[in-house]
Design a protein around this ligand. Structure first.
Ligand code: IPD
Ligand code: CA
Length: 262
């Protein structure tokens, strides 16, 4: 088996196994047991259970690879490979029985994204991308939309700092007042998957974490879209903000973000 094939096998199997577990828990989930991780962020036992399963699967396949995971943090090492994991992206949606939550696993080599999977078990949607090999939804090739004006559909999220929320609200207000739809769907990885599949035109996030977006960034790029920070530089693992959209819309949205000084 080639390295590529082994990466894909471990990545998709880990996502599916964690997804089967999380879906079972989702169906009977009771919000009463939720803990607050910070003022705006919640943590459930399912985030931890999913993470345990994913890390175990990666460790089994690649014991020397580094892993950055939302709840467990970063494990240092000498390997050139790093897995970037969000065990449940969209925990608030999960807790309210909204199906828009996903398991997100990305893989970087020397800091460059090479593979990613976003699995949304409650919708039975598995998004997968490998660098220079395209993006897929349930094994069918997906591509960005070509809409650039008129009824564009835009999404936004924000990081946990109050400043990030204020920056996002500025953008939301601007879009809505000009008649463009702008929604917070509550799962950054799914929103990136939606951009890749051409279901929406864009997603912007001030204060994004790498684990929320790493896999989704590769999906958008491989579907033909563009992903940058708010200054227009190509998005990288150290970037704080993210604008991902189809190619035609990107320059216009970037201009709006710069004009609003977000
Ligand atoms: C959150 C979601 C949400 C975004 C937040 C993220 P989590 O991830 O992706 O859409 O607005 O910034 O933290 O906490 O559910 O993994
Ligand atoms: Ca999470």
């Amino acid at each position: 088996m080639t390295d590529q094939a082994k990466f894909k096998k471990i990545m998709t199997t880990a996502a599916r196994q964690a997804g089967v577990y999380a879906l079972r828990e989702w169906k009977k989930f009771d919000r009463a047991g939720i803990k607050m991780k910070s003022k705006h962020e919640i943590l459930t036992k399912v985030d931890l259970g999913s993470e345990k399963r994913i890390i175990r699967a990666i460790r089994r396949g690649f014991p020397d690879h580094k892993i950055l995971s939302e709840e467990a943090g970063r494990e240092q090492g000498d390997s050139e490979y790093e897995w970037i994991v969000d065990p449940i992206d969209g925990t608030t949606n999960f807790s309210m029985h909204n199906p828009l939550w996903a398991i997100s696993i990305g893989l970087a080599h020397k800091g460059e994204l090479v593979m990613g999977v976003v699995f949304a078990p409650a919708m039975d949607e598995m998004y997968f991308a490998a660098r220079d090999r395209g993006a897929f939804l349930n094994n069918r090739r997906i591509r960005q939309s070509k809409i650039s004006s008129g009824k564009t559909l835009n999404a936004f999220c924000h990081g946990s700092r109050e400043l990030d929320l204020k920056r996002a609200l500025k953008y939301y207000r601007y879009q809505k007042l000009r008649g463009f739809d702008c929604r917070q769907l509550g799962s950054a990885s799914i929103e990136l998957g939606f951009v890749a599949a051409g279901r929406i035109e864009s997603i912007m996030i001030p204060g994004a974490h790498a684990w929320d977006v790493a896999a989704g960034v590769l999906l958008v790029r491989e579907a033909g879209g563009r992903v940058s920070d708010f200054s227009g530089r190509a998005w990288g693992l150290e970037s704080k903000d993210i604008l991902a959209s189809n190619r035609r819309t990107h320059p216009r949205l970037l201009k709006i973000i710069k004009g609003l000084r977000i």
